[in-house]
Design a protein around this ligand. Sequence first.
Ligand code: GUN
Length: 295
Amino acid sequence: MTAQIIDGKQVAAALRAELQEKVAQLKDKGIVPGLAVVLVGEDPASKSYVTAKEKACGNIGIYSEDIRLPAETPQAELMALVDKLNKDDKINGILVQLPLPKHLDEGEVLLAIDPAKDVDGFHPVNVGKMMLGQKAFLPCTPHGVIQLLLKSNVKIEGAEVVIVGRSNIVGKPLANMLIQKNATGNATVTVCHTRTKNLADHTLKADILIAAAGAPNMITADMVKAGAVVIDVGVNRVDDATKKRGYRLTGDVDFEAVKEKAGLITPVPGGVGPMTITMLLYNTVESAEKAAGLK
Ligand code: GUN
């Protein structure tokens, strides 16, 4: 069996069209959602993510500020910037691109962001609310994965979900969201990580297998149950001399082999990636609506 491909670009485009419409309606009321994206340093992958976020904002009419700081920026300077953005009425969402250079205290920076502008859903207040099942900004990649599953008519309730990877950005929040007692939860979730023994014993049980480990092609066909839904969150740059830019993007899943075994599968690129940015736009619009007292 060859898997059906989940087209993240198409799902994202439909959601972005709805958001664009909403942004236009807000503009009629004099409200322009604003997002500040802060990048410290020169990490090439981070630079391209940030550029893509900026472009996506422009495309749907969200105001955005692109703030790029040198790698050696001191902690106090970054904290002062966050404080300034917290107080700026034009800005409804603040995103500090991670990872930060090693000398910076990521936890302190995330804690300083006003939870009402934390469109990444990384502030402990929002993480706590999410865990308690209260309304909060949901982190964009896990939220995007869930939207992709829903739009692909995958039944989450009762499914055996196996997540490979326990990051704060994907694995941990996604596991939490999928066990919530709500319409997008009620799954049975196993989280595997670098210390998991016999990884394949777990992954072979998955109705929905989510790879978010950051290891190229680590999920091979022999680790996947026939007919499973396979979601690849990995975005890895692999050297490739045949490409003009010298690398190609590859996921955590050995796509060519796994697509012959899975029932549904996301490609990289063009799967989860476009959804992450879409959910960022969604959170920014929602934040602007809340700030204007409309929600
Ligand atoms: N680095 C990788 N993914 C993300 C994300 O969703 N938000 C931020 N701020 N940094 C990231």
